[in-house]
Design a protein around this ligand. Structure first.
Ligand code: 13P
Length: 257
């Protein structure tokens, strides 16, 4: 099975309405109505609607950077997955390290968010990744595979069809330091093996595992050439259209690049 590559742009808490409009317009124009790669952007919540309107008609998908684990009610400041869907999103990021480590969100909460997002009709990009301390203690594999397992508590094989993974080592996010291709590949392979163990071989073969953490045009191709690296989740380099589109092009299957 060949997995269709995916490149995501996580805009985090950057840009304003004018800049988000310009960036979305340039990215949508750059990829056109058809793309060899799934391309998604994750704008700040207030700009989701306007970006989704711009993305309509282009092969550009839009997602929320987070989704509540609750469906609706008195949850000040949260955004329900159904609201994301309602404004044109097809994705939710769940478990980003800036929520796990910045806000103390755990796997149990991530699993409720995954459930809520799937129930609302969204696809999920589940983020996992180890801290530098965990890596140096030789705990990379148990950490990321454990995050995968526990963040998907209660998720059945059929649900897995709408889930992909982003491996984002915390020490590589926003630091300019990136996992080398072989470091990334071994973690991706371990994650895929975990999917096979917990679910089945078919799901393991299908699921996309993106790499994230200081992905730039200069290192994207080498990372995405790895057998188990199916794309990239990009932070800083997604805030301007040219580097982001260069990374999208680096994900093209070899015969098209
Ligand atoms: P950077 O590409 O800025 O390191 O961010 C990665 C990331 O966190 C994407 O979700």
């Amino acid at each position: 099975m060949t997995r269709r590559p995916m490149v995501g742009g996580n805009w985090k808490m950057h840009l304003d309405a004018a800049a988000a409009t310009a960036l979305a317009t340039d990215v949508a124009g750059g990829i056109g109505a058809d793309s060899l790669v799934d391309v998604a952007v994750f704008p700040p919540t207030p700009y989701l609607h306007l970006v989704a309107e711009i993305a309509r008609g282009a092969a550009l998908q839009v997602g929320g950077q987070d989704a509540s684990g609750e469906t609706q009610g008195a949850y000040t400041g949260q955004t329900a997955a159904s609201m994301l869907f309602d404004v044109g999103c097809s994705w939710a990021l769940v478990g980003h390290s800036e929520r796990r480590h910045g806000l103390g969100e755990d796997d149990a909460l991530a699993s409720r968010k995954v459930r809520a997002a799937l129930d609302a009709g969204l696809r999920v990009l589940l983020c996992v990744g180890e801290t530098l301390e965990e890596r140096e203690a030789g705990r990379t594999f148990p950490t990321v595979c454990g995050q995968f397992e526990h963040s998907l508590h209660g998720i059945q094989t059929a649900d897995l069809e709408r889930i992909d993974i982003a491996y984002e080592p915390v020490w590589a996010i926003g630091t300019g330091r990136t996992a080398g291709p072989s470091e990334a590949q071994e973690v991706h392979a371990a994650l895929r093996e975990t999917v096979a163990l917990l679910y089945d071989a078919r799901s393991a073969e299908r699921i996309r595992i993106l790499y994230g953490g200081s992905v730039k045009p200069a290192n994207a191709q080498a990372l995405m050439a790895c057998e188990d690296v199916d794309g990239a989740l990009v932070g800083g380099a997604s805030l301007e259209s040219e580097p982001f589109l260069d990374i999208v092009r680096a994900a093209f299957p070899p015969e098209h690049s």
